[in-house]
Design a protein around this ligand. Structure first.
Ligand SMILES: Cc1cc2nc3c(=O)[nH]c(=O)nc-3n(C[C@H](O)[C@H](O)[C@H](O)COP(=O)(O)OP(=O)(O)OC[C@H]3O[C@@H](n4cnc5c(N)ncnc54)[C@H](O)[C@@H]3O)c2cc1C
Length: 448
């Protein structure tokens, strides 16, 4: 006999966990199930070893439009509100304040910083300030030490930097969902959803030989979401590029997060240096960019499933080549990142081109490759628009199903993505969304 729920969430990463929390607390269906194929939440891309642990705020991301910055800031504010209510030890494990800036080196990058630091930007981020070499030397001395005195420097220093352990945050969200009174919340680990069957009034999810029925299914399976959507006949014009990222570690040389100016149009351009929330004694440099051709970074067996998320036709291939070969800067970034993968010389080039633009005095012996660190960002290519879709993608189903795909800053947007879905699910289930309680706890539903 099938087990029945009002809502099933497939995937227990940060997005599935935020969905579980938001739906159980503010939609309050009778029952909700989270199904996760691994033995715990957030073991893949939401794990702290997989990502850059940044609560994106929009003020140091030089490839964001003002509207994207506003949306990102609103998303982060929700995370801050949620974590502010946690007991202090739990909060410290989830999130910590951290100095954060974007550094411009040389005329071209300084010009980008000057343009970004517009009155509109200053209105949105009144605490952000532009600083020069002298102030940089005081707050991040290793960015200036050993640098050619003729090299021009400028930076935007944020007043709201945070590093997040999204794995710990996922635990907090799930624990609070389970503790919600009056809602049956089940969490099944080691439960791999094999198949989803969509019907007009309900859906069935088949996992570990069992059938689970639900009035609504939310697929938050990360890189697997598009795989499920395509298998069910959706999103035939979308393809996914699995963009992997590696990191290098050194002893602590930076006090906070130092981002570099990003090139517009691609979301994964600039390497940054930052501390690790789980180890204050190291500085991480990364991520590099590599095309992973699989759904899980360290599982080569997921290649065949990855291939099912790509449409191999002339239109998609011409879109990919237009994105990656049509722009000089993008070609340059890709060429460099391919060289960084070469044994031996790769590390020296990464040091010279990336790390030493942040910390000029760092030497090869100070840096080591972080093995097994770095996840995958599923970047979606829209064949119709002939473009890479920046940010998260949502594929609505015909009836009672949604698929969420979340490259960066997906983890930061977890509560915003969950809010949007929860409002929709409340309508479909016809039980109302508890807006007043939501706004009291997590702030305004609409961002200004
Ligand atoms: C190098 C790198 C740096 C990044 N830096 C940042 C950053 O600084 N800040 C930020 O906000 N974001 C960052 N991101 C993005 C962020 O990590 C992701 O957006 C986020 O983790 C995605 O969460 P998710 O829950 O969608 O996916 P995942 O964390 O991948 O979770 C999906 C879950 O679904 C489960 N699953 C899959 N298939 C099934 C199935 N069939 N049945 C059951 N369960 C299933 C998986 O096991 C997994 O637990 C970065 C990503 C990378 C790769």
């Amino acid at each position: 006999m099938a087990k029945e729920y009002d809502v099933i969430i497939v995937g227990g990463g940060i997005i599935g966990s935020a969905l579980l929390y938001t739906i159980s607390r503010y939609v309050r269906p009778k029952s909700i199930l989270l199904m996760e194929k691994y033995g715990d939440v957030a073991m893949l891309n939401s794990n702290s070893i997989s990502n850059s642990q940044t609560l994106h705020w929009g003020d140091v991301e030089t490839n964001y439009s003002i509207d994207k910055a506003k949306k990102t800031k609103a998303a982060s504010e929700r995370v801050l509100r949620f974590t502010s209510k946690l007991p202090s030890a739990e909060r410290a494990a989830d999130i910590q304040e951290c100095q954060k800036m974007v550094l411009g080196v040389g005329d071209k990058e300084i010009d980008i910083i000057d343009k970004i630091f517009s009155p509109q930007f200053r209105g949105l981020f009144p605490g952000a300030k532009k600083i020069g070499r002298e102030e940089l030397a005081k707050i991040e001395p290793n960015v200036v030490n050993g640098r050619d005195p003729k090299e021009k420097l400028s930076a935007i220093l944020s007043d709201t930097g945070h590093m997040v352990n999204f794995n710990a945050l996922a635990h907090s969200l799930v624990n609070q969902a389970i503790a919600t009174k009056g809602v049956k919340v089940d969490v099944l680990f080691n439960t791999n959803a094999d198949m989803i069957e969509e019907r007009e009034s309900d859906n069935s999810v088949f996992a570990n030989g069992e059938e689970y029925k639900a009035r609504f299914v939310d697929v938050a399976a990360g890189t697997y979401s598009l795989f499920f959507a395509k298998r069910m006949g959706y999103a035939q014009d979308l393809s996914s590029l699995s963009v992997g990222g590696n990191f290098y570690y050194s002893n602590k040389v930076l006090n906070g997060k130092v981002y570099r100016v990003q090139i517009g149009g691609i979301p994964f351009a600039a390497v940054h240096g930052d501390p690790d929330i789980t180890d204050p004694n190291i500085t991480r440099f990364g991520p590099t960019v590599s095309i992973a051709l699989r759904l899980e970074r360290y599982e080569p067996g997921t290649r065949m499933d990855y291939l099912k998320t790509v449409k191999f036709d002339a239109a998609t291939m011409s879109t990919i080549s237009k994105i990656f070969l049509g722009d000089k800067d993008v070609r340059h970034i890709l060429k460099n990142n391919m060289l960084y993968m070469l044994p031996g010389i790769g590390k020296s080039l990464f040091l010279k081109n990336e790390v030493q633009t942040i910390v000029p005095s760092l030497k090869g012996g100070d840096l080591h490759f972080a093995k097994g660190i770095g996840g995958i960002r599923p970047q979606i290519i829209d064949e119709k628009k002939k473009a890479l879709m920046l940010g998260e993608s949502k594929i609505p189903g015909r009836h009672n199903i949604i698929f969420n795909i979340t490259p960066s800053p997906g983890a930061t947007s977890c509560l915003s993505i969950a809010l949007e879905d929860a409002i929709h699910i409340a309508k479909v289930l016809d039980i109302g969304f508890e807006s007043e309680a939501y706004e009291k706890e997590l702030g305004p539903i609409k961002y200004k």
